[in-house]
Write a protein that binds this ligand. Sequence first.
Ligand code: NAP
Length: 249
Amino acid sequence: MTLLPQTRAIVTGAARKDGIGWAVAHLFILNGAQVVLIDLDQEMVQSAATELGAAGAIACDVSDQGAVRTAVAQAVAPLGGLDCVVNSAGIVNANRLSDITDADWHRMIDVNLGGTFNLLQSTIPALTEGKNASFVAISSMAGMRGGGLLGSSHYAASKAGILGLVKGAARELGPAKIRVNALAPGIVDTSMTRGKFGPDWEKMLLDQIPLGRFASPDDIAKACLFLASDLSCYMTGVTLDVNGGYFLH
Ligand code: NAP
């Protein structure tokens, strides 16, 4: 049984083979979805689409509202509509509060929170016409615990902002039959984290995770599949923790 039959989807941040967006696109395609990929680099996103058998590839900076509008129109045309969006594009930075420059602050908020807003606002018209319409925003455990690992306070603020945006959007878009949910991963083994902790810190972190390992991108993709599919048809405005029990609250 496939969980996303006849589902037309956009997945952002999908160009890196070891990343969450790639794993989401891969699992969605295996489950019958047609997927258009969005990421920063044209060559990388095109090659990802070719390897994954995606329906399209678009280079776009999600922090640029005009570019996102154009990209969404370019994606929806060949798909013939839109049922699902997963916004996984994001950046991280570990600067201490006193070292965060104005430019760092604005880039973090513009990409992580602004990017989510841009995708959400631009896809509402198409999702309103979609079936079992679902928007999944990738937040982070950092948004709830205040960063403290590889992401510092501006990262935490951008990811916490996503949680508020998702709740407001869920409230507003429920009557249009669009579900809006957030997924909050713990530590995921991607290029964002790999080799960044050092052996001692990594051991200490693993000791604190009840399931005893970092997440794989596939672990996150499976939770995304749940939020995108009919399995979660009565869920909107939730934050789904996928952290191996590391952050229990
Ligand atoms: P990743 O492998 O670095 O993937 C992020 C992708 O987003 C990259 O392909 C990146 O392109 C792209 N991107 C960055 N800025 C963009 C922009 N302005 N417009 C369009 N695309 C952009 O990282 P990941 O670990 O898969 O992270 C995916 C999401 O999960 C992020 O939102 C991250 O904050 C979140 N998350 C990750 C973890 C973790 O432990 N890995 C934990 C919690 C939450 P470039 O590489 O070319 O810049």
